[in-house]
Design a protein around this ligand. Structure first.
Ligand code: PEP
Length: 224
């Protein structure tokens, strides 16, 4: 399997942009779309790999106005769900570690893969009971290291920091798949993906530019 290339559109995009991506996106990319676009994209091209940017702590269905459950996301065509993104943790009181673990459980119970984001505080994941839950689902979890200082700032972490943190996470979690995220673009991705402990990248801003995202996919394929 090649490197994982995940684009996180955050609260961006339009039907016009989505239509452009559906036609021309490199099939290696996984797109984390605003939930309003998910079923549209899946309906138009069921082969595209789609992620959601979050899910509810509640499972199934129920009286939870404004929430979207993991089950609904799976039904709409998602294969991956980002959980614990630092931008959610800043704005949502549902994103304490205990709630992130509930979301993780919901995602894997619905047959999808959780992309669990951690920042400089990644050590909190290694604490009990987090580690027990993670260890039970290692084949359905990808851990994304996204230092807050690197997200949307244009300042990528040092290659040494990325290498050390992801190696540490892999050691704690028996070789779990890892991503690095934070100001990744077509110019720096080759060096990042060349790090042994990096299995892929989570890309914010650059994933909204079709040509740049496709270029990142091509660079990653040359590294196989
Ligand atoms: C992100 O928000 O997941 C991210 C990595 O953003 P950016 O690439 O824009 O830094």
């Amino acid at each position: 399997m090649g490197k994982l290339i995940v684009g996180n559109w955050k609260m961006n995009g339009s039907i016009k942009l989505v239509d452009e991506f559906i036609l021309k996106i490199n099939k290696q990319a996984i797109l984390a779309l605003p939930s309003i676009f998910i079923s549209y994209v899946h309906f138009k091209n069921p082969e595209l790999r789609i992620a959601a940017q979050d899910c509810s702590i509640f499972d199934g269905f129920g009286a939870h106005t404004g929430e979207i459950s993991a089950q609904m996301l799976a039904d709409a065509g998602c294969k991956y769900v980002i959980i614990g993104h630092s931008e959610r943790r800043k704005t949502s009181n549902s994103d304490a570690i205990s709630n992130i673990l509930k979301k993780l459980q919901n995602v894997v119970n619905c047959g999808m893969t959780a992309i669990l984001c951690v920042d400089e505080r990644y050590a909190e994941l290694i604490d009990e009971p987090t580690s027990d839950i993670l260890k039970n689902h290692l084949d359905k979890v990808v851990i994304a290291y996204e230092p807050i200082s690197a997200i949307g700032t244009g300042k990528v972490s040092s290659l040494k920091d990325i290498s050390n943190v992801l190696a540490d996470i892999k050691n704690s979690y028996f070789g779990v798949k890892t991503l690095y995220g934070g100001s990744v673009n077509a110019n720096n991705v080759k060096d990042i993906l060349s790090i042994a402990s990096v299995d892929g990248v989570l890309i914010g801003g650059a994933s909204l530019k079709l040509e740049e995202l496709n270029k990142i996919c091509q660079i990653s394929m040359c590294l196989l």
